[in-house]
Design a binder for this molecule. Structure first.
Ligand code: ATP
Ligand code: MG
Length: 260
């Protein structure tokens, strides 16, 4: 390891993470690191354990074994500090339906003890193109509007790390692109982003590094170029075609299935 790398403590460092639910061994030794200010995508099929990893890192769930550091704090012994430096946007929107979009934002800003919660809310409504809908109850919002509000809520207090569990599931293409743009802006501003997704194009578009969680372990971890390098390019009518992330995903996940 070079000095330059050693000096930069990873935003997330996970070692040997294990978790079982009764007899179901969901995580069997998960290892990965996320560099500060980068976007890291965790891929995996339904039930692979992505949400379980996210919940453990957010201190909502305890691991059975292994260690993890988040922003330099140990998840087991410094959970309060971990919670102060991260924000989690769960797989299912956590907005209060009975309130308006603006009221939801003001509520979170108050809970985080920020001065001027009203202007925090107005800034975020503007940033997420929700100004016009701000006064309306969330029950009247579309799925995309809810998701945008949910992400806006998670940015209050400028956390160092934002964890997004399937941020664009159920969104239309336009709303997805709007969320992608926001995620890129966050990372450009120095925020670390950990996201889970089942959309391989989402990982291709956004992530600096991509890891595939399969049968309890990270079986592949690298940049998109590194992952593509796992497969030979296909020659279609004399034109070389780079493998897509989908090709890589199916190949590595399929191989493992075959091996066991
Ligand atoms: N509290 C729990 N009790 C029992 N089993 C659980 C619990 N939480 C998760 N599981 C099981 O652990 C496995 C992993 O679940 P997890 O939600 O982490 O998967 P995921 O990768 O996020 O899937 P998805 O893509 O569907 O969101 C699943 O088989 C799930 O049923
Ligand atoms: Mg999940």
């Amino acid at each position: 390891m070079t000095d330059a790398i050693a000096e930069r403590t990873p935003a997330i460092r996970v070692r040997g993470l294990q978790k079982s639910f009764k007899k179901l061994h969901v995580l069997r030794g998960v290892d990965f690191e996320v560099a500060p200010g980068s976007i890291f995508a965790l891929l995996g099929s339904n039930g692979a354990g992505k949400t379980t990893v996210v919940k453990i890192l957010s201190t909502l769930l305890r691991a059975d074994a292994g260690t993890a550091n988040v922003n330099g704090f140990d998840i087991a012994t410094q959970s309060a500090e971990v919670r102060e430096t991260i924000s989690l946007t769960g797989q299912f929107a956590a907005v209060d339906e009975a309130l308006s979009g603006r009221e939801n934002l003001v509520l979170v800003a108050r809970l985080r003890h920020l001065p001027a919660p009203g202007s925090v809310a107005d800034d975020l409504l503007e940033r997420f193109s929700l100004t016009e809908a701000g006064a309306r109850k969330v029950t009247t919002y579309s799925g995309g509007m809810r998701r945008r509000l949910d992400i806006a809520m998670s940015l209050i207090g400028s956390p160092q790390l934002i964890v997004l569990d399937e941020p664009t599931t159920g969104l239309d293409p336009e709303a997805r692109i709007a969320v992608w743009r926001t995620i890129k802006q966050l990372a450009d501003g120095g925020t670390t982003v950990l996201l889970t997704t089942q959309y391989l194009d989402e990982a291709e578009q956004l992530a600096d590094r991509i890891a595939i969680l399969h049968e309890g372990r990270i079986i592949v971890n690298g940049t998109l170029a590194e992952l593509r390098g796992l497969l030979p390019p296909a020659k279609v009518e004399y034109v070389e075609q780079q493998p897509t992330l989908e090709d890589v995903f199916l190949a590595v996940v399929g191989q493992r299935h075959g091996a066991e």
